[in-house]
Design a protein around this ligand. Structure first.
Ligand code: S3P
Length: 433
């Protein structure tokens, strides 16, 4: 079959075996890149995310006066602006990256000047009201375009607030904390469900002081950040595709080295265990307060069972839900996903596209506003997959394709490069055909 540069043909596999070290975590790389660019001094990172999203963060920070140098040895050196950015005459292009746009807005709101942020078509559809509310409560002025990007921030000194996030969002939490870092007084963010805490850990690693309770984080400003040297842990959300793929093949064995295992990110391991996969974690250590370890996964001879993902777990697993849904038909009892309405406003409507593509492969599935039910014990056939240029949909259905009958054509497969450019090469390395 003829494929274009945007497409990828995925053939079924017989088994999955191998040992890999994955590129750096996207969430952590965004934060290290942004904080280093804002700090005093030169930070050095190895295993920084290779995805286009983190390159967008670095490019925005360069446009604001930071210096970024990629050495031949895979090290990224970032020299920061020591707390004062230079307003750029050009719009800051956040590409496809919601994390870049939402977090950088918090960094820029207390800075003198006017800043315009733009994004690609998908990012320009995503809700930005969620950052306008707290930033305006702090005294910043933001102009949105019907609730979306392009957005303009008129920055200047702000006042501290006590803010409860209405939806669980680490990006919104980070946005407020980065504004609070530069604002006199104590800014507090409260969240009903604890979201990923990389910002809190990264801020501390760069020398900031903050206090945490079970449901709040407080930061007293202004504080200065100082450069660090760090190795970015492997991305567990990228690993999710291979962990789920390995779980599909009785007799598989996959080892992932130096993987980020922050407890606010690692719930997939519990869910796979609940489904019957055997998972062991070795060599656990802490680097800049982030847990890192080696994960070994293998699948039970009798195949996967069934599980439900809802409540707090759905919020913690939000990026991994498409791939979990994509392997669900091959389990014996199916997977039920609820309380995941946020999936509809990610890079695409991930509930709608997951349902559409499962059906294209011949699966039975029921769609809900906040999730989906995928019965188990199904046989899928190869199909043409509409990824909607959403990296996680493209990769999730490449995993479903491994156990389907016949070949699967992934349209918009090039979008994998948003978070994981090496995905298809590594998949070919570990899939036995
Ligand atoms: C992220 C937070 C989550 C997640 C996204 C990365 C982060 O988004 O889906 O992929 O790095 O903070 P929300 O904050 O919108 O939940």
């Amino acid at each position: 079959m003829h494929t274009t540069a945007q497409e990828r043909l995925v053939r079924p596999a017989r088994n999955l075996n191998g040992s890999l070290r994955l590129p750096g975590d996207k969430s952590i790389s965004h934060r290290y890149g942004m904080l280093a660019a804002f700090a005093e001094g030169t930070s050095r990172f190895s295993n920084f995310s290779t995805g286009a999203d983190c390159a967008s963060t670095l490019a925005c920070m360069e446009a604001l006066g930071a210096k970024v140098n990629r050495t031949g040895e895979g090290i990224i050196e970032v020299t920061g602006v020591a707390g004062r950015v230079t307003p750029s005459s050009q719009a800051l292009d956040c590409g496809n990256s919601g994390s870049t746009m939402r977090m950088i807005s918090g960094l820029l709101a207390p800075q003198e000047g006017s800043f315009t942020l733009i994004g690609d078509e998908s990012l320009s559809r995503r809700p930005m009201e969620r950052i306008r509310k707290p930033l305006e409560a702090m005294g910043a002025r933001l102009t949105l375009t019907e609730g979306h990007a392009p957005l303009t921030i008129l920055g200047g000194p702000l006042k501290a607030i006590d803010y409860t996030t209405p939806v669980p969002s680490a990006q919104v939490k980070t946005c407020v904390l980065l504004a609070g870092l530069q604002t006199e007084g104590t800014t507090t963010v409260r969240e009903a469900l604890r979201t990923r805490d990389h910002s809190e850990l990264a801020l501390r690693a760069f020398g900031a002081k903050l206090t945490r309770t079970l449901d709040s984080i407080s930061i007293s400003g202004p504080q200065v950040l100082r450069a660090i040297d760090a190795v970015v842990p492997g991305d567990i959300s990228s690993a999710a595709f291979f962990l789920c793929a390995a779980a599909l093949f009785p007799g598989s064995s996959l080892v992932l080295d130096s993987l980020g295992l922050n407890p606010t990110r690692a719930s997939l391991l519990d869910v796979l265990t609940a489904l019957g996969a055997q998972i062991s974690v070795l060599n656990l250590e802490e680097k800049n307060a982030e847990l890192v370890g080696t994960v070994r996964v293998s699948s039970p001879a009798e195949g996967l069972g069934s599980t439900e993902v809802s409540g707090a777990l759905a919020a913690q697993l939000i990026d991994e839900l498409p791939v979990l849904a994509a392997i669900a038909p091959y389990s014996s009892g199916g997977i039920r996903i609820r309380d995941a309405k946020e999936l509809r406003i990610k890079e695409s409507d991930r509930i709608a596209l997951t349902v559409k593509n499962l059906r294209a492969m011949g699966a039975e599935v029921t769609e809900f506003e906040d999730g989906l039910d995928v019965p188990g014990g199904q046989t899928l056939h190869g199909a043409t997959i509409d990824s909607g240029s959403d990296h996680r949909i493209a990769m999730a259905f490449s995993v479903a394709a491994l156990r389907a009958e016949g070949e699967t054509l992934i349209q918009g497969a090039d979008s994998a490069a948003i978070s994981f450019p090496e995905f298809f090469d590594l998949l070919d390395l570990i899939a036995e055909r």
